[in-house]
Design a protein around this ligand. Sequence first.
Ligand code: SRM
Ligand code: SF4
Length: 584
Amino acid sequence: MQPQMHQSRQLTRRTCSHTSSLRFGPNVRVFAAAAPSAPAQSTGDISEHSGLKHLPEAARTRALDRKANKFEKVKVEKCGSRAWTDVFELSQLLKEGKTKWEDLDLDDIDIRMKWAGLFHRGKRTPGKFMMRLKVPNGEMDAKQLRFLASAIAPYGTDGCADITTRANIQLRGLTLEDSDYVIRGLWDVGLTSFQTGMDSVRNLTGNPIAGVDPHELIDTRPLLRDMEAMLFNNGKGREEFANLPRKLNICISSTRDDFPHTHINDVGFEAVRRPDDGEVVFNVVVGGFFSIKRNVMSIPLGCSVTQAQLLPFTEALLRVFRDHGPRGDRQQTRLMWLVEAIGVDKFRQLIAEYMGGADLAPPVHVHHEGPWERRDVLGVHPQKQPGLNWVGACVPAGRLQAADFEEFARIAETYGDGTVRITCEENVLFVNVPDAKLPDMLAEPLFQRFKVNPGPLLRGLVSCTGNQFCGFGLAETKARAVQVLEALESQLELPRPVRIHFTGCPNSCGQAQVGDIGLMGAPARLDGKAVEGYKIFLGGKIGENPELAKEFAQGVPAVESHLVPKLKEILIREFGATERVVAA
Ligand code: SRM
Ligand code: SF4
């Protein structure tokens, strides 16, 4: 990339005109539209650009039904997978000055571009895009980290990144002009942004300490890498799975900690050892999800799958969801709605049929000796390989700058094996660090900021993007969360860490319902005026006996003078905190 192509532009706030017939500027139509109205009963003659192409007739009918939701109509008009090719052409036209982002059709810029992983942040930073990647199992190497640094560095203060609640990376501040360079650069280092948004499968999550964990039943990394390659055509996008009824979250858990939260994923594979032959297989749970209207934990599907069945089973499940899933009210299109509509047994039978009549074994009964405390992966921990350690560092609220990626790469190469893991709690782990290298590594300046032994609240902080960048956000989250937790840590002694999840709105990307304490952006009033505020949830549990947190308080104004005392009261009453005695 030429540096001048990558300069951030000064942008004025303008609204796109949705009525324009000129999609990308005069005489420029980058996204080809599908044939205007494919008849519901048609099984042939579907435009190659239509999202109907891979749907069987019943699903086509649902997508074309007048009760189908707005996003189905957008997909019928022109499949989001078109964005995979058009983004390159578009970025070229923008560079040549033949069109402007302001001229783009709103459905293209705000919706279809998400198939290419480009999320227009039109409400907060018009003309700037967030790019969501896929990082299966949260594992990255130094080459990838360095590319991420180079991708955001040219944007100055606009360019930053976040570790997400699906152990993934989002880059910020990008322009469409530069997207072709970034997409190709990602491919070169084995990453992708394709199929990361809209009605696709989200980042595949597993055990963040896979391969080094003394307690794992199986290394989740190769399983997830293979699944990723199968589902997304090695990062180039797989059209057959580009038109699901809604997003789908999939994870594999390999320990009693349930690090990737099977209970809130649409599809959770729980590794278990079969007692008869000792083989590790997967009990399957389905249907967990959060949304504005409904939050529900997954339920057992009533079967287990072998390692050999894992990919065919996942592929079949996706086809069943794609072909039979509801496409009406958008709030009723997640997997659980289909499972409930046809019944869990029928859903399982359909998957077996789609697998060509597979014999799915019943779930394996799991018996554990004694209780298990969910592990905290921050700090220094001996690996299963003698003499080696993993080192977990706390990235407050998951926010990263270009220089942080560079430092991760250098530290991983100098002290570890050149790779890092990122976690659903938005932190970073360095693996395969020999005992002898630990003292020098821990003395690195990076760990002054990203602490290996952070305080009892910051170590459990998780936060969604919030209204700094997200148009849905009802409250700011990341900066405020860090500020509030630092204030609380300075005032309180805590007998144990407390996991606090901040989320900016009821979509709950920050998973407020799994935290010991959850804060969710919501309206509040202060001195008779409407202000940003939070609802507070209490009692979320992750691991062997998961529970969703329950709403505890509403309308707490998001100002330190209200929020800090409220949380202090909760921490003292519910979590055994005591006032810190300040030496005279
Ligand atoms: Fe999310 C939509 C950010 C994890 C539930 N989510 C959004 C959008 C794309 C909305 C938008 O266009 O602005 C947010 C982008 C904001 C931005 O600029 O970053 C957004 N979601 C995120 C991330 C980045 C939060 C974070 O700071 O980590 C997470 C990205 C994960 C990833 O790497 O793919 C993220 N979102 C989640 C999770 C948590 C999880 O997966 O464990 C949930 C709840 C679990 C679930 O999905 O069941 C979640 N996001 C939603 C929903 C509600 C879904 C629904 O069925 O209604 C929306 C709204 C939607 O899809 O219409 C949403
Ligand atoms: Fe945006 Fe709401 Fe998700 Fe936070 S929870 S990232 S504010 S959609």
